[in-house]
Design a protein around this ligand. Structure first.
Ligand SMILES: [Zn+2]
Length: 484
């Protein structure tokens, strides 16, 4: 809304179609973008949690930066917590509208939000113990499982490619962004009071082409404005090494030659299923040695079940594979572990085996126990297959630290540390340019770059300008732009 004060008595309020950037401007977390029509209809694109921002994180998450009761609808691009994780707080603080997403996103987001609530509830116990020692009052968790249950009642699903009308002025369509199961670009069609139509696309996070499991990111309708992610705006992925052969060699070396354990920290959503799928293929080719494989994570187990039920989201190759092997995420030596006792039993087992466990950055979850028990034994291997922030436990192990602190105790890193860097859920800059290439450059008025650090965004802006896009903007937090 724009206000012009004429004098002390008269205040003229103009409502102009606009977009305001609230989160994920200087970072890759906390995605929140607010679109307002000239009739004052407020559409929030994503409502993500800030993560890994140090002491500021909690305060950034508790203050949304707008009044939740003034938001009419939320449209969610995908289930990752940095895009969805603050929806329970939004509802708790007074949001009354609907939250739209694709059907697979709802299945995944339900599991992830309940997991997120559990983490907040668990973390706050520790914080409150410390506060009590200092004589301070306890604080509430950001949200609880109950808040998540309330929030889930607001969700409504819209399938890919359906033209969905929110009212006479606003409609939207989801197109596949190929990033995770259910991920979508949000293509908004906004009609102003003069019946002029503006097309705005929010890419959400964009996946890479030729993903192991998912379809390629798809073309999206011609847009006037694009809010584009830029996580890898300054990077090209390593050329795909033969991930299958690399993994097989690590398995043979660790579990057959040294009779050790292979520990694979992996994100519950995507990376775990990719690793299991490779092992499944190796098993079918009769190349996988006869050893036990464990996926030790209730969250990964739940998400794998959801993946199995969404075969239509898989790429053609995987759909073909399923014709010969109905379960690409299951084979005779593989066991999914939910129970804590079964997980703990792995600590005392001396048998060579593969343990895939979350979290991918090794800062939380059962993987910490497996690392504490196995990282000091030179017979074992830790295989890092995903991005780890430098300050995380995974980041320190990846950087080659010789001693790491787990659960307050130091452990020597004697295990072999292997890295396969070719896995990623994000497009690199050449893939982002390919993704945008379905657009008419003369029609695109502005591209706003979000979800990237400053260097990535500056570098990507230069590349897009060189490609011939007219205006590329790096919005600051709370900055507003008129859409005309
Ligand atoms: Zn994502």
């Amino acid at each position: 809304m724009t206000y012009i004060r004429i004098n002390a008595t008269f205040l003229i309020i103009f409502v102009i179609m606009q977009v305001k950037f609230i989160g994920a401007t200087e970072t890759v977390t906390g995605s929140k973008h607010l679109v307002q029509t000239d009739k004052g209809f407020n559409i929030l694109l994503d409502c993500g949690l800030y993560q890994g921002m140090g002491k500021e994180t909690d305060s950034l998450n508790r203050h949304l930066g707008f009044n939740p009761s003034e938001i009419d609808v939320v449209i969610l691009s995908h289930a990752h917590i940095d895009h969805s994780g603050n929806l329970p707080l939004l509802v708790k603080q007074g949001f009354l509208g609907s939250i739209y997403c694709t059907p697979p996103t709802l299945e995944v987001v339900e599991v992830l939000l309940l997991d997120s609530a559990k983490i907040h509830e668990y973390d706050i116990e520790y914080v409150n113990k410390k506060r009590e020692q200092r004589g301070e009052d306890p604080i509430e968790p950001l949200y609880t499982s109950k808040d998540v249950e309330h929030c889930l009642k607001h969700f409504k699903t819209v399938p890919y490619h359906a033209d969905f009308h929110l009212n006479e002025e606003v409609s939207f369509m989801f197109t596949d962004a190929g990033h995770i199961l259910g991920s979508a670009a949000i293509n908004l069609k906004l009609k102003d009071s003069n019946k002029n139509i503006t097309h705005l696309t929010y890419t959400g996070d964009v996946g890479k082409y030729n993903d192991m499991l998912l379809k390629d990111p798809e073309c999206f309708p011609l847009a006037d404005y694009i809010i584009c992610e830029s996580t890898y705006g300054d990077r090209l992925h390593e050329l795909d090494v033969d991930a299958e052969l690399h993994l097989l060699n690590v398995v043979r070396n660790t579990c057959v030659e040294k009779k050790g354990k292979l520990i694979i920290p992996a994100f519950s959503l995507g990376r775990t299923q990719e690793i299991v799928y490779i092992l499944d293929k190796l098993k079918n080719k009769k190349l996988l040695p006869n050893i036990k494989v464990y996926v030790d994570s209730p969250l990964s187990t739940n998400i794998t079940d959801i993946m199995r039920e969404n075969v239509d989201c898989f790429n053609e190759k995987l759909q073909e594979y399923i014709k010969t092997d109905a379960d690409p995420f299951g084979f005779s030596n593989l066991k999914y572990i939910r129970e804590k006792e079964e997980s703990m039993a792995l600590n005392t087992s001396q048998e060579p085996c593969i343990i895939i466990s979350a979290s991918g950055m090794m800062d939380a979850g059962r993987i910490k126990h497996h690392l504490a028990n196995n990282i000091s034994n030179p017979k074992n291997t830790v295989l890092i297959v995903g991005y780890c922030t430098p300050n995380s436990l995974g980041g320190k192990i990846k950087a080659g630290e010789k001693e790491v602190k787990i659960f307050g105790e130091f452990h020597e890193v004697n295990a072999n540390i292997e890295i396969i860097d070719s896995y990623s859920a994000h497009a690199d800059y050449s893939e982002l340019i390919k993704f945008l290439s379905c657009q008419d450059k003369s029609k695109v008025k502005k591209i706003f770059l979000v979800h990237g650090d400053l260097e990535a965004k500056i570098s990507f802006k230069q590349k897009l300008m060189a490609e011939g896009y007219k205006e590329v903007i790096l919005p600051n937090k709370t900055e507003t732009f008129i859409l005309s």
